[in-house]
Design a protein around this ligand. Structure first.
Ligand SMILES: [Zn+2]
Length: 150
């Protein structure tokens, strides 16, 4: 696919029209930038626009070429650059989200771990206070017995 095809399939004409400051109303119509339009005469679709007053018709590349006074190839490249910037910023957002998410997960695990260690400690306190080690660790009983024997 060449640069024109890439732009046409990946950039929505209506979104681009709005991005370049042309308001599209709820009927999908906009004030036509190609003639002195007082009532919205240009219908904007996802892949092209058509003005019912002056007959202008085209896709997102034609629009950008007209708005910036550029040859269509330059307009297409301008749109590709814009698309690439958007993709890069989305990728950055995703990686930011991932790092935040893993930090949150690490904090959560740390908290769970602390809770578990606390539980273990409180069980051990009960065991210690009531001298119940012999029921859990038979070898400890021997140690205690040896201590008591001294
Ligand atoms: Zn027009």
């Amino acid at each position: 696919m060449n640069v024109f095809g890439t732009v046409k399939t990946s950039i929505n004409t209506r979104e681009a029209v709005e991005h370049y400051g042309i308001e599209v109303n709820r009927y999908g119509k906009a004030l036509c930038p190609f003639h002195n339009d007082r009532h919205p005469s240009m219908v904007v679709y996802d892949d092209h626009y058509h003005c019912f007053a002056c007959g202008e018709h085209g896709d997102v590349i034609d629009l950008v070429a007209y708005l910036y006074g550029l040859p269509v190839l330059d307009a297409a490249n301008k749109l590709i650059a814009k698309l690439k910037a958007e993709i890069d910023s989305l990728k950055q957002e995703i990686s930011d989200y991932k790092s935040v998410h893993s930090k949150l997960r690490a904090a959560e695990l740390e908290r769970e771990n602390t809770e578990l260690r606390g539980k273990v400690r409180s069980y051990e306190d009960v065991i210690q206070r009531n001298n119940l080690w012999r029921f859990f660790h038979p070898h400890r009983e021997k140690a205690v017995t040896r201590d008591e024997a001294r």
